[in-house]
Design a protein around this ligand. Structure first.
Ligand code: GCB
Length: 601
């Protein structure tokens, strides 16, 4: 065989992107799982020597693929056999001072035993790895994944033994131009296995996915589908919602799919009444339980209707930054509860989870606590619109986000992008994303955070061409901060080219907690408060604005924010400081929302 031919075959065998990953198994917490969280051994490998050989070709053996502590030849220069450990889930930057600014590869290693059951299947499932992951089980590559904020799983049944299994993950958080997001963002590039890792055990044929929601536009028709996976796909599935006396026997087709619909008077989910029903799905011995709320979200002209009634979205933006004092990536139910309690304290009924899909605990907590959610993918600023691989990556992240969360009542908006520059290729890209989102979930509203522009000195116009393809227009604006002084807002008039609702998806300004001065001294709490006061007064007069999510709940780390003494690599636009203290503007917005709540608009 010629070398060229050999290389071609070798190339075809190399998995690309996430094409390798098994289709997503939804509702991980409702499954039989073994957690692989905890301490993992690591090797820091900035030059990727464990992956590339000295000619910078993917190495045939790789140092780490077959590493067992007993393979002594591997230990000449590289070894997991040390005290260097990282916690999973968790970013590496805040766990080890040496890794604070690290962008590159780290190899993770964990051993585990598993009580194997005959006729069962096993999937290794990652909540998220930022940014690229290569996953090896017992020395074999089981798959790759790209994208730092969405889940993925690989089947590992044939590779497992009862004792001494080992999983190795090459995690690489290097930024690059073609990636989603691209090189430039305003948030910290926390690397690592940032969310839970579990081994899921399922029956040979099992319920992989389902959609149980109110039909689009209806308040009393629950409709959806169930998807089985396995060798015996055509079989019976029972769907039960005991509290509603719903019991449906379904039969899946040869592709494992069964659709259903059932009319029922339901106690509708809303922020005031976050009612969740137990939903049980059974197929043979496979049982999956979930807690699902039923609500209806639509638009009519410039109104957003929740369960048929106009609603004003009293919101706030949130980054996935842990509420504790050292920050870092948030990942737990406890983090979610604290962040969302702060939002509730502000009198919010809505949160924009920026700028990427947050962990599942966050969405589950929003379901429980009654907060409406805007969820988005990191198509941010300067994506390479004309690059097909970039599009496929964005679409994959969108698909994984929607697949994971489409049964959550709290989510009302899927957002396609944030502040992307108006140009032709971008419109083609975003239209295709919006079409994918509608195909995956026809029951939610589509949006994007867009920009506005000046028609004249006192007039702002929202007319982004992508506006035609969304249901709700998101609009970011920083009057009084990047754009003039706060009182500039007083003379501003707004126009909207579309007969659609607008959410002011960002507004605000920075303040260092505890720094006081007059209203014109930048970085003081008084300046930030003034930005809010003038903007809120202005927006009160704009009829088509049906929601706000000011920027942002809590200060968050950003490498773009180096200003000594003030920022120190924190974006200071939080209403709560990095130490958890409320700034003056927090109370101003809290009062404003309190009044909105009273006046019910
Ligand atoms: C924006 C971006 C957001 C930034 C924010 C800021 O427009 O959407 O990601 O963090 O402004 O603070 O400048």
């Amino acid at each position: 065989m010629s070398l060229r031919y050999f290389l071609l075959i070798a190339f075809l065998l190399i998995p690309i992107g996430s094409t390798y990953s098994s289709e997503l198994i939804v509702n991980v917490e409702g499954r039989h799982v073994q957690s692989l969280n905890g301490k993992w051994n690591i090797i820091i490998d900035p030059y990727e020597n464990g992956y590339f050989d000295y000619r910078y070709q993917p190495s045939k053996y790789g140092y780490f693929r077959n590493v067992k502590p007993t393979n002594k030849w591997d230990l000449i220069e590289y070894s997991f056999d040390s005290d260097r450990l990282l916690s999973v889930p968790g970013d590496w930057n805040t766990q080890d001072e040496q890794l604070f600014l690290y962008e590159g590869t780290i190899w993770y290693h964990k051993s585990f035993d598993v009580p194997l059951k005959p006729e069962h299947r096993y999937f290794l499932c990652f909540g998220a790895v930022n940014y690229k992951a290569h996953v090896y089980v017992n020395g074999e590559l089981v798959g790759e994944h790209e994208g730092g904020f969405t889940p993925f799983n690989f089947e590992v049944t044939r590779l497992l033994q009862e004792k001494d299994n080992f999983v190795i993950v090459k995690v690489d958080n290097k930024r690059f131009r073609e990636a989603v997001p691209t090189l430039n963002t305003d948030w910290y590039n926390y690397g690592g296995i940032t969310r839970d890792v579990v081994l899921i055990e399922v029956m040979a044929t099992y319920i992989r996915d389902y959609f149980v929601q109110l039909e689009n536009g209806s308040q009393n028709k629950i409709a959806g589908w169930v998807q089985l996976d396995g060798t015996d796909k055509a079989r019976q599935v029972v769907l039960e919602i005991p509290e509603l006396n719903v019991r449906k026997e379904l039969v899946t087709d040869d592709a494992g799919l069964a659709r259903f619909s059932v009319r029922k008077e339901v106690n509708l989910w809303s922020p005031e009444n976050p009612k969740l029903y137990e939903v049980v799905l059974r197929s043979g011995e496979d049982v999956v339980k979930d807690r699902i709320g039923f609500r209806c979200i639509e638009t009519r002209g410039t109104d957003i209707l929740l369960n048929g009634e106009p609603v004003f979205l009293r919101g706030i933006c949130i980054h996935e930054e842990a509420p504790q004092r050292n920050g870092g990536r948030a990942y737990s139910a406890e983090h979610a509860r604290v962040l969302l309690e702060w939002a509730k304290e502000l009198n919010c009924n809505f949160v924009r989870l920026a700028h990427y899909p947050h962990n599942e605990a966050m969405i589950r907590a929003a379901d429980e606590m009654g907060l409406l959610v805007w969820s988005e993918i990191p198509v941010y600023w300067t994506i390479l619109w004309e690059n097909e691989a970039t599009f496929l990556n964005a679409r994959n992240q969108l698909t994984e986000m929607i697949t994971r969360d489409r049964n959550r009542a709290s989510i009302i908006l899927w957002s396609m992008a944030n502040e992307t520059p108006v140009e032709e290729q971008r419109l083609v890209f975003l239209k295709k994303l919006a079409a994918t989102a509608r195909e995956l979930d026809g029951t939610r509203l589509i949006t994007a955070a867009m920009e506005r522009h000046y028609v004249d000195e006192h007039t702002q116009l929202i007319d982004d061409p992508f506006g035609e393809f969304v249901d709700v227009l998101g609009c970011n604006q920083y009057l009084g901060w990047y754009d003039g002084l706060p009182e500039k807002a007083d003379r501003m008039v707004w126009q909207n080219r579309y007969d659609k609702p607008v959410i002011i998806s960002e507004m605000g300004g920075g303040a260092l907690f505890g720094y006081h001065g007059d209203e014109l001294t930048r970085w003081t709490e008084e300046f930030q408060e003034s930005v809010y006061r003038h903007n809120l007064d202005m927006l009160d007069e704009v009829e088509f604005v049906k929601g706000l999510s000011p920027w942002i709940l809590k200060d968050f780390r950003s490498p773009r924010r180096p200003l000594p003494r003030i920022q120190e690599f924190w974006n200071r636009k939080g209403l709560v400081s990095d130490q958890g203290d409320r700034k003056k503007a927090f109370y101003l917005l809290q009062d404003y929302y309190e009044n909105k709540m009273q006046s019910k608009n």
